[in-house]
Design a protein. Structure first.
Length: 419
């Protein structure tokens, strides 16, 4: 074959292999209603929690004034249960008139005035999971409506639809979003519904049409749920990591830090594993009522830097041994040509006392090939009851760690240059 032609083919393949709308070049960061606020619609009884203009405006104010926006959390999204049960006479979706008395464009404009971007939820099926109107027979008008409102992020769920339709329907809605001319981050629930039925989703196509996608179950407000999601991503992490990159990310679901279900150690563990997986960082908590240590964790600059690392390489779990899982992510080298890594050790054992672990660098797939001068190591989430030691025995590098029960030790390794 002519070499020019080969080059051309390669270019075509690589340029069309991932969604190219200029968005989500690093994992999206923001806030989403679902895990904390669900489908609460009774504003008379629960005025501070119902899905409403008031909740979104209040949260937008807090994101701008409390340092979240500055730290990188720039999307604010409404999940399900925002709509009227009926479309209007032009078949357009309508925001619930009691809870969004000024309509959705007003909310989007307000969010934009704070320097934030606005996200909304739809469903590919006939109904949303909460029973509100779905998009299936109204794709074009819904894409247009979102564009007209000034939406920047669309999450498209997958309730009430034949799974067989997804492989065509999700790409089609993505193309309709594109046609509006307004760049909208496209979050797809496409693979999770398929994986749940034991199908292997068409990731070549998913990467090409979605900026992010849900792989596994909805997160709940408990360590059991976080642990279960970690196990799914851990078992599948080498495969899943190959799908992620600038513009397209796996989504292990929202951060539940600051809510009722996680201790401080467990919250650190969620944050550490999510940044290593290059998952979107979407908080779902009451930002007006969050304890300072949880807020600080969400705003931790060093963790956010790992999440947003420009290499855009998702990490994975090389090993789980005696109830400690280890997660590694390659990040931009501090010293050129020399690996920098984030390494998290999560202790899944909850029986009350910090747990000892002992690992070789080989087991953790950490490179010690020549020229190797060791690593500088920094503890990014120090705790007085945790520690780590690196030593060499029989020519092999080893880690010894002590990790809190359902906690995490998060280290940043920077390969040393030769002295
Ligand atoms: C639409 O898709 C084209 C081709 O991938 C891309 O260059 C453009 O930025 C997209 N526009 C929007 C608004 O998403
Ligand atoms: C380091 O990187 C530079 C520039 O990319 C390259 O020329 C050099 O060969 C690399 N050195 C090593 C030891 O890999
Ligand atoms: C760690 O493992 C190595 C090899 O099995 C062993 O020599 C060493 O004693 C272990 N360290 C501890 C503290 O158990």
């Amino acid at each position: 074959m002519d070499t020019k032609l080969v080059f051309l083919v390669v270019c075509l393949v690589s340029s069309s292999s991932a969604l190219d709308n200029g968005l989500a070049l690093t994992p999206p960061m923001g806030w989403l209603t679902w895990e904390r606020y669900r489908c609460i619609t009774d504003c008379a009884y629960r005025p501070d929690e119902c899905i409403s203009e008031r909740l979104i405006l209040k949260t937008a104010d807090l994101m701008a004034s409390e340092g979240y926006l500055e730290a990188g959390y720039d999307y604010i999204g409404i999940d399900d249960c925002w709509a009227e049960f009926e479309r209007d006479e032009n078949q357009r979706l309508v925001a619930n008139k009691d809870r969004f008395p000024n309509g959705m464009k007003y909310v989007a404009d307000y969010v934009h005035s704070k320097g934030l971007k606005f996200g909304i939820y739809g469903d590919f099926g006939t109904l949303t999971c909460g029973g509100y109107p779905g998009t299936l027979n109204h794709m074009e008008i819904d894409a247009e409506t979102f564009g007209d409102w000034g939406v920047d992020y669309v999450k498209l769920d997958g309730c009430y639809v034949d799974i067989e339709l997804m492989d065509e329907g999700y790409p089609l809605f993505g193309e309709l979003l594109n046609k509006t001319g307004r760049p909208m981050l496209y979050s797809c629930s496409w693979p999770v519904y398929q994986e749940e039925l034991g199908m292997m989703p068409d990731f070549d196509s998913i990467i090409k049409h979605c900026n992010m996608w849900r792989n596994y179950d909805d997160i709940e407000d408990s360590w059991r749920s976080v642990d279960d999601i970690m196990e799914y991503f851990g078992k599948n992490s080498k495969r899943l990591a190959t799908y992620a990159g600038p513009g397209h990310w796996n989504d292990p679901d929202m951060l539940i830090i600051g809510n009722f279900g996680l201790s401080y150690d467990q919250s650190k563990a969620q944050m550490a594993v999510w940044v290593i997986l290059a998952g979107p960082l979407l908080m779902s908590t009451d930002l007006g009522d969050i304890k300072p240590e949880f807020k600080e964790l969400l705003l931790n600059k060093e963790l956010i830097a790992i999440s947003q690392d420009p290499l855009g390489k998702a990490g994975y779990r090389p090993l789980k041994k005696s109830q400690i899982s280890v997660w590694t992510r390659e990040i931009t080298p501090v010293v050129s040509n020399r690996t920098s890594l984030a390494v998290a050790f999560v202790n899944h054992n909850d029986n009350g006392t910090p747990r000892f672990g002992n690992f070789t660098f080989e087991e953790l797939e950490i490179n010690t090939s020549e020229p190797f001068n060791g690593y500088d190591i920094e503890d990014l989430l120090p705790s007085s009851t945790q520690k780590y030691t690196v030593y060499q025995s029989n020519g092999r590098y080893r880690f010894e760690v002590l990790v809190n029960p359902t906690g995490v030790l998060l280290l940043k390794l920077t390969a040393k240059a030769s002295s």
